[in-house]
Ligand binder design. Sequence first.
Ligand code: MG
Length: 366
Amino acid sequence: MVRISGVEIYHEKIRYKEPFRIALGTSTESNNIVVRLVDSSGNEGWGEGSPSRAILGETLDLVFEEAKKIAAEILGKDLDSEGLYEIVMKSKSPSAAAAFDIAFHDLKAKRLGVPLYKLLGGYRSSIETDITIGIMEPDEVAERAEKYVKMGFKVLKIKLGEKPEKDLLRIEKVRERIGDKIGIRVDANQGWSVEEAIYMAEQLESFNVELIEQPVKWNDFEGLAKVRKASNIPVAADESAKTPSDVVKLAKIDAVDIVNIKLMKTRGIWGAIKVAAVSEAAGIENMIGCMGETRLGITAAVHVSQALANITINDLDSDLLHGEEVVIEGGASISNGVRRAGDRPGLGIVKLDMSKLRLISRYGKV
Ligand code: MG
């Protein structure tokens, strides 16, 4: 059990290098919540949540309002992972919940003196991530793909979800430019109809595409199942799969091959472990992705991915798309697409740039 004796809630605004466009909209900055938890011996844990209006229905005001409620509820209480999970599951803000859960697990692992991934399962010591290319003109996508390959990335994730002919042209141009050895994943972010998705699955086969993520509307589970049945390329659910019970519903109708876990959807690490366990039991592979986290939140996801065998596909790159960073020292490293959480205790974050954090509220003894 961990007794939380102090809580701090911060707002963090981080610019993208350039506007990041997907089928659901364009982002120019991440407006995130950062949480610091302190125990009675002065150990601290840090967590981050990256809200999403389009996917999680969150506004920044709601996130901070909900964070204050969680803070008031956990202060002075003896908690462990499952008890905190019960509390954060009641929250109207999944990303505020995630920030608390991540900070709690950072603190818990630090108290035990172990890197978080070893506490959670310790399956591997590194992972390989793709890097994402937003929606751009086909020639620009190809140019960007070449740049990332030169930087050492072996797998690219390309955002689609516009008209099929233009989407196809994007992939055609990318393949032409980067050759056959680089992996390509595509994500339509719900942009296609079922008919368009089936057509695209057929057409994309000759370009050796690894997976098609969220081809149709998030609540169209039957549609997803139709696409999966018609497609020779594995189909992944992202927006459709937020909770363990979503995965059960998808599994019952054989709707997907892959479920994309995001700590922001699962309300943190403990929920992610549950989604992974349900997926594994259903014979569904896991991918792990992100919203707009800095290296702080991404590091938590790298620990989870290193911990669990069922997570085999990694899309942990939002910090690489930002033009600024809150983590000054420590956290997950990146080299040629390979990320390592490292072996420092907890998340392994050594130093944060406090000038990027604006205090929203403070509770107890910090
Ligand atoms: Mg996605």
